[in-house]
Design a protein. Sequence first.
Length: 223
Amino acid sequence: MTCAEVSSDFRTWTIRIQPGIYFADDPAFKGRKRELVAEDYVYAWKRFFDPRNNSPSYSNFNEEGVIGVNALRDEALKSGKPFDYDHPVEGVRALDRYTIRVELVDPDYVLLGYMSHVAMSAVAYGPRAGSWADEVVRWTAAFPHAARRTLRGERALPELDALVGEGAAREVACARHMPGYIATRLAALLRERERAQGEEPAESDHVPSEDEGDDDKPPKWLH
């Protein structure tokens, strides 16, 4: 970070980072240089509020009173769905590639101290980020449970509560074809990675919903 502008009431901080800073080489970047950008700091802040991370620093960062971010956490806890990192939050957002805006409920005179905390080190945001990989692992692990229950003619999916959350587990149980529903979720995640890597999806980018087509028929690869 190179400079910060603060409003007269110390509730709005505009922070600029220096262009031309790059992450260390990592297999996740597939040999390409990855520049540090404002969205990486936005992602790093949101990680403290993701219930699945169970961050020991959550209470400290929650006291900062960043507008909207705790509501995103509450929604994840209420719905049982994964924390939505892509959902815009008024209180912490990227204005452009190198500018971060933080808006607070109450004045804060030492916000930069928190921003320079080692726990706030920027994390490369994108489908290779931990949240994306974690979601892929959880839905992949859920698939055999749904397939087994389907073959038995059962709708109860207690195993999925811990894997994808109670809300998502209910959605699977209500689907006409439970394994097909999970396969659709995984396909959407894989297409997300292709977009982020600048690749063209191998097939149509459209992922059919549960209400499209003849959903009573399982996918051909399940026959």
